[in-house]
Design a protein around this ligand. Structure first.
Ligand SMILES: *[C@@H]1O[C@H](CO)[C@@H](O)[C@H](O)[C@H]1NC(C)=O
Ligand SMILES: *[C@@H]1O[C@H](CO)[C@@H](O)[C@H](O)[C@H]1NC(C)=O
Ligand SMILES: *[C@@H]1O[C@H](CO)[C@@H](O)[C@H](O)[C@H]1NC(C)=O
Ligand SMILES: *[C@@H]1O[C@H](CO)[C@@H](O)[C@H](O)[C@H]1NC(C)=O
Length: 484
């Protein structure tokens, strides 16, 4: 469910109360420019964060997750096609396997809240609802594995899940980790309803250890920071630091920082704004094996227009976000499918260097520019319009965006067209639809003059004093760049 508590979308009578996360937006300075970027990368390099050592999720995980679209619909008598049941997950697995998703990297099928029975079994283990999962979870896991897919499941650190099902209290962590491993589970999302800060500080690292001890590689998604406001405390005198992104990177593969996404453009914008406003803290936290999670893709549902759907895809790729769709793959329209299966956008998302992108510019007239450095000296640019009048003709040049002198190859991601080679000094104009994007994949063809940082390659083709000499050698390899 994630921060479902916030919205009171409960399937049970458990009372919603004060333990839901507090989303008071931070007031971190918005330092957009690449001047800042230089500082951040140098900082990120010196922090030497390391990733959870389970070998998983070296690029942001991709797949399908039930929550946003199916919530806690347990009414299989009246809504058999959409209720949380083994049939729903088998249906979606069939679609991933047969409709070209798996080959593009969408391999996880993730169960969210409301899957379990209200009681643990006689041995104290979690068990699925017997009417909705008559075959049991191991059989469902086999069904997925036979199709080259992976199965994710949901738990909650606390007395109950957000939906009121049995939670994982501290004394149940080992039992539940072992149960999931025995069932053949490949990923766990551990929510945080009905636990306090002290229990979370103990429980999230303990579950990481317990999963490791099972010997089965299980991707670990932690909702912990979302329950602690998503940002480190500003008061440095506080002795314990509830949100510590260095620690999160060591114990979790991904983490929800912020509230649950809803099926609306307002919700998408709210999330993008929070992640961009706080990018100086969040961006260095990400890297291979450890990702910020702005929550599911709602492309193909009801709330987003065609342009807004492209915007979500583009911005999630820039943010190096996990790509979990929450939609009905059985009835998805072809426009949504085309966006979600866009190979160039997926390539940006899945870039092996694993550096999260940033918002570079926020123009007063409602245009924003996002940028993500990619391996092989390439980069992605997203021109995003927050306007609501008409397509906006935005003029700039790569030089103005601080790209180094040279000529660049530009591929327009959504029109799927290669543009004419573009010199850094040549002004260009992009026409950006209201609440839409233009997304480019940019790679260098030639460089004029002295490349400013030729020693380690010209990454990332922007002017500035990057200490990047060893990035190139790492870019295809297994280590996160920030481990340097
Ligand atoms: C380009 O670099 C200059 C100097 O560091 C900086 O002031 C400016 O904000 C940068 N522009 C962008 C778009 O990042
Ligand atoms: C457990 O952790 C060790 C040490 O960090 C690591 O080498 C190993 O691959 C991990 N095993 C699993 C199953 O995650
Ligand atoms: C957190 O909950 C535990 C019970 O599990 C309780 O003993 C402890 O006092 C609580 N801590 C805070 C800070 O509320
Ligand atoms: C954050 O976590 C890291 C790694 O676990 C630790 O070394 C560091 O001391 C923590 N920082 C704070 C302020 O607690």
């Amino acid at each position: 469910m994630g921060r479902g508590c916030k919205y009171g979308q409960r399937g049970s009578g458990v009372k919603q109360e004060a333990e839901r996360p507090n989303f008071t937006a931070g007031t971190a300075h918005i330092l957009e420019g690449m001047g800042t970027l230089v500082v951040i990368f140098v900082l990120a390099l010196s922090v030497a964060a390391s990733a959870l050592d389970n070998g998983l999720m070296r690029t942001p995980p991709m797949g399908w997750l039930a929550w946003e679209r199916y919530r806690c619909d347990i009414d299989c008598d009246n809504d058999p096609k959409n209720c949380i049941s083994e049939g729903l997950f088998r249906d979606m697995a069939d679609r991933l396997a047969e409709d070209g998703w798996r080959e593009l990297g969408y391999v996880y099928i993730n169960i969210d809240d409301c899957w379990s029975s209200m009681q643990r079994d006689a041995q104290g283990r979690l068990q699925p609802d017997p009417h909705r999962f008559p075959g049991g979870i191991p059989k469902l896991a086999r069904y997925l594995h036979d199709r080259g897919l992976k199965l994710g499941i949901y738990g909650d650190l606390g007395t109950h899940t957000c939906g009121g099902y049995p939670g994982t209290t501290l004394d149940k962590i080992q039992t539940d980790a072992q149960t999931f491993a025995d069932w053949g589970i490949d990923m766990l999302k551990l929510d945080g309803c009905y636990s306090n800060a002290t229990e979370q500080e103990q429980g999230y690292p303990l579950m990481s250890k317990a999963l490791n001890a099972t010997g089965r590689p299980i991707g670990y998604s932690c909702s912990w920071p979302a329950y602690q406001g998503g940002l480190p405390p500003r008061d440095k005198r506080r002795l314990t630091m509830a949100v510590n992104y260095t620690q999160l990177g060591e114990i979790c593969n991904l983490w929800r920082n912020y509230g649950d996404i809803q099926d609306s453009w307002d919700s998408v914008l709210n999330i993008v704004d929070w992640f961009s406003t706080n990018q100086d803290i969040l961006q260095p936290a990400a890297g291979p094996g450890r990702w910020n999670d702005p929550d599911m893709l709602v492309i193909g549902d009801f709330g987003l227009s065609l342009d807004q759907s492209r915007s979500q895809m583009a911005l999630w790729a820039i943010m190096a976000a996990p790509l979990f769709m929450s939609n009905d793959l059985r009835t998805l329209n072809s426009e949504a499918r085309t966006i979600l299966q866009n190979k160039a956008a997926i390539a940006v998302s899945q870039d092996p260097m694993g550096v999260q992108g940033r918002r570079l510019l926020k123009e007063k007239f409602g245009i924003e520019v996002f940028w993500r450095p990619l391996s092989n000296s390439a980069s992605a640019l997203v021109f995003f319009s927050r306007r609501s009048d008409m397509p906006y003709r935005y003029t700039t040049s790569l030089g103005e965006l601080n790209y180094t002198a040279g000529t660049y190859k530009v591929f327009d991601v959504f029109s799927e067209k290669l543009l004419s080679p573009l010199s850094d000094s040549t002004p260009f104009t992009v026409s950006i639809n209201p609440s839409g994007v233009v997304m480019w994949h940019v790679s260098p063809i030639t460089h004029l003059g002295q490349a400013p940082h030729a020693r380690g390659g010209e990454y990332p083709n922007v002017r500035g004093k990057y200490r990047v000499s060893s990035w190139r050698s790492r870019s295809g390899g297994a280590d996160p760049p920030s481990a340097l």
